[in-house]
Ligand binder design. Structure first.
Ligand SMILES: [Zn+2]
Length: 154
């Protein structure tokens, strides 16, 4: 499986991006309309008194390999960033916007939690993914890639 692990400075957990085939996406319950999804994992150890200790976190982004463009990745990275903020800065991200809109309770109360009209996090993710796609399309259409060389990695 093709996986890229992101570890920007200061992050308290890895963010992994893996590319899935259509078959792998379907086995996970996704349709041909979907381009990706983001999951958050937390594992804990329990001490002898039953107290949680040493929590470990991981954010896993999965993107359909045939739809892995800058827009799809930007969209899922927004979900990863929102999830990251909910985990590590819960006191600072307390408004309704920062509620995990993909949890079961939210879906029951609000309907389609994956719709940008129903879910503010989706609205933000689509906005950033569309802006990112538009920027890079314009960047290459105008030939800016021949003038400036984006630095892909450090
Ligand atoms: Zn989304």
């Amino acid at each position: 499986m093709k996986t890229i692990t992101l570890h920007p400075d200061g992050l308290k957990c890895p963010i992994r991006v893996r590319l899935l085939t259509l078959g792998e996406m379907k086995r996970r319950g996704f349709s041909t309309e979907d381009f990706g999804f983001c999951e958050t994992f937390k594992s804990v150890h329990f001490d002898k008194d039953g107290n949680e200790s040493d929590p470990q976190y991981e954010i896993l982004i999965s993107v359909l390999d045939t739809k892995c463009g800058v827009g799809a990745v930007a969209h899922e990275l927004v979900h990863a960033a929102c999830s990251y903020c909910r985990m590590f800065y819960p006191d600072e991200f307390t408004s309704e916007f920062w509620t995990d809109a993909h949890d079961e309770k939210y879906m029951v109360e609000h309907g389609d939690a994956y719709s940008p009209e129903e879910n503010p996090e989706e609205r933000l993710a689509y906005l950033i993914s569309n802006m990112t796609s538009e920027f890079w399309t314009e960047f290459y259409d105008r030939g800016y890639d021949k003038i400036c060389k984006p630095k892909a990695c450090k």
